[in-house]
Design a binder for this molecule. Structure first.
Ligand code: NCD
Length: 307
């Protein structure tokens, strides 16, 4: 039985197969309408979510399966003090697969150790968010036609943004990917990403503070929200929250074929005036998230499309 806890749980070849499956799903949705008939996914969300939870649910419904779960810790037995390991033992009796989001780093890993069904990490604290990464990879591959030979700018809260950590982890495995890490000094990537992921793999990267200067060289700009819920004090959040705002003037500095991604939710970091720019890809990214999660559920449940 397999779980998805970290983007590196799948090899480059397995990711390619998964993205190929997701692309086939995109072009033949009806062909997959019954592949998970009778199967159930449990969505265990101890932290707020709109897209991730609903896209898992939409994915399972699109495959013919059904969904159960909870959307806040307060409405689950966690509020009574139940441990993650006890909860997952229970859920294993109710569902065939589960997606878990938790504020504590490593909670889905703990769940996987006590689970008899596949566990998908749907975001653990400031650590990892592998299904957002699969979504990001599908979006980049669909828009640019490749996952190698590109310069990726990541901008905003690179310290607490788990989508950033997972995406860097995944992209360092493709040839000739360069990173421009754009953040205020307080929100730089964590030490382990800089040392153990980037430097250890000899990946070219720059850490800069100025978005305008970085723009002209980028093929992808990945904007992120300042993660208010992970700050220790509100004062720092208020000081840093609007440090980058992508607007039309900044988009003029970018390549004609650069694409803007964002895991969403957006707060102020992308002005709505950018939404109609053909390079704004963040709403298309949401649609890819459903296809990729359909492909992931099928892969973990070892379900195939009927011939
Ligand atoms: C992200 C997350 O939860 O980490 N959202 C998402 O799943 N698309 C990004 C964020 O909350 O800023």
């Amino acid at each position: 039985m397999r779980h998805l806890l970290n983007p590196l749980d799948f090899s480059v070849e397995e990711i390619q197969n998964l993205l190929d499956l997701a692309a086939d799903i995109e072009h033949d949705l009806p062909g997959y309408a019954h592949v998970c008939d009778g199967k159930k996914i449990a969505t265990l969300f101890y932290e707020p979510s709109t897209r991730t939870r609903l896209s898992f649910e939409a994915a399972m419904l699109n495959l013919g399966g059904s969904v159960l779960g909870f959307s806040s810790a307060a409405s689950s037995s966690a509020a009574k003090g139940e441990s993650v390991s006890d909860t997952i033992r229970m859920i294993s009796c109710y569902a065939d697969i589960c997606a878990m989001r938790h504020p504590k780093e490593g909670a889905p890993l703990v769940a996987s150790l006590h689970s008899s069904i596949p566990v998908i990490n749907a975001g653990d604290g400031g650590h990892q968010h592998p299904t957002q990464t699969l979504t990001d990879l599908m979006t980049i591959r669909s828009l640019l036609g490749r996952l190698d030979n590109m310069t990726v700018g990541l901008c905003g809260d690179l310290k607490f943004g788990r989508t950033v950590h997972s995406l860097i982890n995944a992209l360092v495995r493709y040839p000739n990917v360069k990173f421009v890490l754009i953040s205020p000094p307080e929100l730089r990537v964590p030490e382990y990403i800089r040392e153990d992921v980037l430097k250890a793999n000899n990946i070219p990267f720059q850490e800069v503070g100025n978005l305008d200067e970085a723009m002209p060289q980028l093929d992808i700009l990945y904007m992120t929200r300042v993660q208010r819920e992970r700050f220790f004090n509100e004062e720092d959040y208020i000081r840093l929250k609007d440090c980058y705002i992508l607007d039309k003037a900044k988009m003029k500095l970018a390549k004609e074929h650069m694409f803007v991604l964002h895991p969403l939710p957006r707060v102020n970091e992308i002005s709505v005036e950018v939404d109609n720019d053909p390079r704004a890809a963040y709403f298309r990214q949401v649609q890819y998230g459903v296809y990729v999660r359909m492909a992931l559920i099928m892969t973990l449940l070892e379900v195939k499309k009927p011939c």
